[in-house]
Design a protein around this ligand. Structure first.
Ligand SMILES: *Cc1c(COP(=O)(O)O)cnc(C)c1O
Length: 419
C-alpha cells in the first residue's frame, strides 16, 4: 500500500527517484504519493462497505487542493474545522451534503456561511453555539442539521496534546450534560437534531478506547428516544494511529470488526472522520544536509528544513523515521542529532539517532510527514514555506510552489509615517 520504496539503495516515490525531484525542485519539499493516498482511503472505505456511512476526511491533516481533489474525486467527504476548510472542500469538489463542520469556536460569520452553503451537519460543541446557530439559521430562514459533540471522558492513551475526550478537555458537551443539550436543541425552531458525535483524540493505538467511548454514546439513545429525540447519525470521529517507528496501530479491519456490530445495533447511519491514517504515510519531507558539525561529545546534522516546516517533533515529541535518500545505507551508522536552521533549541527532527553516515549535500527523507506536516507549517524566522510535490506513476507535479521572499511580506503595510 505504501509506495515509498528503496530500489538498489535509492528511494523512489512510486516510479520516480526522489533524487530526480530534488534536482528539479530544490529542497526542502513535501512529497506525496497519489496511489498511497488513494489506497489508504479505499482501504478504509472497503472495511465499512457493509454499513450506511460517509467517510469525511479530516481536512486539517492536510488540505492541499490537489490531494483533496484526489479524495473528493473518489467520493470522499470532508470534515472541516473552519469556514476556510469548507470552502476548500467545495473547491475540491465535495458536495455540501458530504461536509460536516467541527470545532469549538465557530464564529457567527462562519456559521452563517456554512448555513448558506447547506452542509450536511454542524457538529455543535456547546449550548452557546447551539443558540447562536439557531439565531443565524432563523435570520436566513433555514434549518440547520446538528449533531452534538459529546465528551465521553475516555483516556485514549496518546500524547497529552492529542487527547480530546478527557473529562477536562475543552471539546464538546460534558457527558452528564448531553441530555440537557439535546433537549435545548430540540426546543430550538431552526435546529434539526440529527446525530451524535465523538472524537476522543489522535494517534490512538488501541481499540478499547474507541469501543468504550462509542458504547457510552450509544447508551444515551434510549433516554433521548423517550424525550422524542431521534438519532439518525453517529459520527465516530477520527483518531486511528499510524506507524511512525514501530507502533502497531489497529488495522482498519480490526477497527471495523470492533465497532461495526455496535453501530449496526444502534441502527444509525455512520460518519467517519479519519485524517492521519489517510494522509500520514502518503507523504514524506525531503531535506538537504547543509552542514555536519561536532560539538563536545555530540554530532549534529544540520538540514535545510526546520520546525517551521515540520513541527511535530518539537510540539509532540514525535518520532519520524529519517533515512538517506540515496546510497549510503551500507555505510557505518553514527549517532547524531538532526536539527533545523531555526533559532530555537527545540528545532530538531531527531535526537541521538543512529543514522547511516551523512555528509554535506546529501538528501534525507523524513517519513510519515503527510499529515499535520505542511498543514502546521509556519514562516517563523521569516523563512519561506516548502514546496509540495505529487507523484503519480512515473510523473511528478508541483502542487504548491515554494514560497519566495515576496510571499512573506505580502500583507504587511508600512504606514506613511515610516516611509
Ligand atoms: C483532528 C480531528 C479529526 C482527525 O483526527 P485524526 O487523528 O487525524 O484521524 C477528526 N475529527 C475531529 C473533530 C478532529 O478534530
Amino acid at each position: 500500500m505504501n509506495k515509498f520504496n528503496y530500489k538498489n539503495g535509492n528511494l523512489f516515490c512510486e516510479n520516480v527517484p526522489v533524487k530526480d525531484i530534488a534536482g528539479s525542485v530544490g529542497t526542502p519539499f513535501y512529497l506525496y504519493s497519489y496511489y498511497t493516498l488513494l489506497n489508504h482511503y479505499r482501504a478504509f472505505e472497503g472495511v465499512f462497505s457493509g454499513i450506511p456511512h460517509i467517510t469525511c476526511y479530516a481536512y486539517k491533516a492536510n488540505s492541499n487542493l490537489s490531494l483533496c481533489r484526489i479524495l473528493a474525486g473518489d467520493g470522499c467527504g470532508a470534515d472541516a474545522v473552519s469556514w476556510g476548510e469548507i470552502r476548500r472542500a467545495l473547491e475540491a469538489g465535495v458536495p455540501p451534503g458530504k461536509i460536516v463542520f467541527n470545532g469549538n469556536g465557530k464564529t457567527e460569520n462562519e456559521l452563517e456561511n456554512a448555513v448558506r452553503a447547506g452542509i450536511l451537519m454542524f457538529i455543535v460543541d456547546s449550548e452557546p453555539e447551539l443558540k447562536l446557530l439557531d439565531r443565524v439559521s432563523r435570520r436566513l430562514n433555514r434549518k440547520a442539521r446538528v449533531a452534538l459533540r459529546i465528551n465521553p471522558a475516555i483516556n485514549p492513551k496518546t500524547h497529552k496534546h492529542l487527547a480530546t475526550g478527557l473529562k477536562e478537555s475543552k471539546f464538546g458537551f460534558a457527558f452528564n450534560r448531553a441530555l440537557a443539550g439535546y433537549k435545548l436543541a430540540a426546543s430550538l425552531k431552526n435546529i434539526e437534531v440529527k446525530g451524535m458525535h465523538m472524537h476522543i483524540g489522535s494517534q490512538i493505538l488501541e481499540i478499547a478506547p474507541f469501543v468504550s467511548a462509542l458504547k457510552k454514546l450509544i447508551s444515551l439513545i434510549p433516554s433521548l428516544k423517550k424525550s422524542g429525540i431521534n438519532i439518525e447519525y453517529i459520527d465516530v470521529g477520527g483518531g486511528i494511529g499510524i506507524t511512525y517507528q514501530d507502533e502497531t496501530p489497529p488495522t482498519f479491519k480490526e477497527y471495523a470488526d470492533a465497532i461495526t456490530p455496535l453501530l449496526k445495533k444502534a441502527g444509525c447511519r455512520v460518519i467517519f472522520e479519519p485524517g492521519r491514517v489517510i494522509a500520514g504515510n502518503a507523504g514524506i519531507l525531503v531535506t538537504g544536509v547543509t552542514h555536519v558539525k561536532s560539538t563536545v561529545g555530540k554530532r549534529f546534522v544540520v538540514v535545510d528544513a526546520g520546525m517551521g516546516d515540520l513541527i511535530r517533533p518539537s510540539f509532540y515529541d514525535a518520532y519520524h523515521e529519517i533515512k538517506p535518500v540515496n546510497g549510503s545505507s551500507n555505510s557505518k551508522r553514527i549517532k547524531v542529532d538532526v536539527v533545523g536552521p531555526v533559532c530555537e533549541s527545540g528545532d530538531y527532527f531527531a535526537r541521538s539517532r543512529m543514522i547511516a553516515g551523512v555528509k554535506e549535500g546529501d538528501l534525507l527523507a523524513v517519513f510519515s510527514a503527510g499529515a499535520y506536516g505542511f498543514a502546521m507549517s509556519s514562516n517563523y524566522n521569516f523563512r519561506p514555506r516548502a514546496a509540495e510535490v505529487l507523484v503519480k506513476g512515473s510523473n511528478f507535479y508541483i502542487i504548491r510552489k515554494r514560497e519566495v521572499y515576496r510571499d512573506l511580506g505580502r500583507n504587511e503595510v508600512v504606514p506613511g509615517i515610516l516611509t
